[in-house]
Design a protein around this ligand. Structure first.
Ligand code: NAP
Length: 329
């Protein structure tokens, strides 16, 4: 496979290169792509140096697959140009996620929807991916009615500029700000931009994307997204109301048997998921599983994952692997 990584110098792009290498993705030619600022820079992959190229050059090289993580504007403009020359694009931005002509895929849940005709495939939002990984098996068993989620999102979800802001604040250095306020020793109830309804774009992604991934709009999701000064991964407090009753032992068993999900749940030993330990892991960690005692058939849980791994790079590469394994590219 001739594989282009668009946004190779960014936070997600760097992890993509790492994950491609770890999983030994069948690459015959790697094409690292970034903005004009980075053209000519060197990227090392499996011990070999590659020069970063611009988007136009990359299209002219007609890769089989292009893994995009270079922002929505770049995807909107350039993904169709790659698709036109026969490249299959897997896109990490929000550009195509809610486009009814594009598939939104978490491989463990709905890879079966993919066909050879899909030339632009969307990777869901990082907070959505980790949430649906835990919700999908429970929905199949007990049928969800309503989800209320509050997120505790790491600065790595915003990109390199935000990580630098936190590091600068810790070091007492004045530098460029990614957020409108300090993030160190703070919590910003503001991820992405505000929409007219008073919710942020991130919150609306959490509300809409799960229905598309699970191909079911009989349940609803209400979200509050908060940025906190962690770097390892995103955490989520999730309250789910089901139509049918459950018992907690079955819920734990179901989740622990779900590929890609790890249950860490023992209050006797203070065992629960935390972003510092989810960092650099591909799995989604679930704990604090307990019954909501205020209403019937309702569950509370705490879900943590590395937003740059399962929330972005790993999920993208799993989609690409599925395409290759099923002869869809
Ligand atoms: N961070 C996350 O947890 C996460 C999760 C899921 C999805 N995403 C999405 O992934 C994308 C990248 O996020 P990130 O966190 O990796 O951001 P980032 O660290 O700021 O990196 C952005 C990358 O895109 C490149 N780029 C920017 N403008 C470009 C242009 N006009 N043409 C070509 N390349 C361009 C940059 O190249 P230069 O180095 O040359 O500027 C860099 O490689 C965003 O769409 C984001 O929404 C991020």
């Amino acid at each position: 496979m001739k594989v282009a990584v668009v946004g190779a110098t960014g936070m997600v792009g760097e992890v993509m290169l790492k994950v491609l290498e770890e999983r030994n993705f069948p690459i015959t030619e790697l094409i690292p792509v970034a903005s004009e600022r980075s053209v000519g820079k060197t990227i090392t992959y499996k011990g070999t140096d590659y020069k970063v190229v611009g988007l136009e050059t990359a299209v002219s090289m007609r890769p089989d697959i292009a893994l995009f993580s270079a922002g929505g504007g770049t995807s909107l403009e350039w993904a169709p140009k790659f698709a036109e020359v026969g490249t299959t694009v897997v896109d990490n931005s929000s550009a195509w996620r809610m486009d009814p002509t594009k598939k939104l895929v978490v491989p463990e849940i709905n890879a079966n929807v993919l066909t050879k005709a899909d030339k632009i495939i969307a990777n869901p939002n990082c907070s959505t991916i980790q949430m649906v990984m835990a919700l999908a098996p429970l929905h199949n068993a007990y049928k969800m009615k309503r989800v209320v989620v509050s997120t505790y999102q790491s600065v790595s979800g915003t990109g390199v500029k935000a990580v630098r802001q936190l590091e600068n604040e810790i070091a007492g250095i004045e530098g460029e700000m990614a957020y409108p306020y300090p993030i160190g020793r703070n919590a910003l109830p503001h991820c992405d931009v505000f929409e007219e309804n008073g919710y942020t774009k991130e919150e609306m992604k959490l509300a809409k994307e799960p229905q598309k991934i699970m191909d079911d709009n009989t349940f609803s999701v209400s979200a509050t997204a908060v940025r906190i000064p962690t770097a390892g991964g995103h955490s989520e407090s999730v309250n789910v109301e089901f139509e049918n009753d459950f018992n907690l032992a079955d819920v734990r068993k179901l989740l622990s048997e779900t590929p890609g999900v790890v249950v860490q749940d023992n209050t006797d030993t203070n065992t629960y998921p935390m972003p510092i330990y989810a960092h650099d892991k591909d799995e989604v960690f679930v704990g604090r599983i307990r019954r909501d005692e205020t209403q019937p058939n309702t569950l509370n849980m705490w879900i943590v994952a590395d937003n740059l791994r399962k929330g972005a790079a790993t999920n993208t590469i799993q989609i690409a692997e599925y395409l290759v394994e099923n002869n869809l590219v």
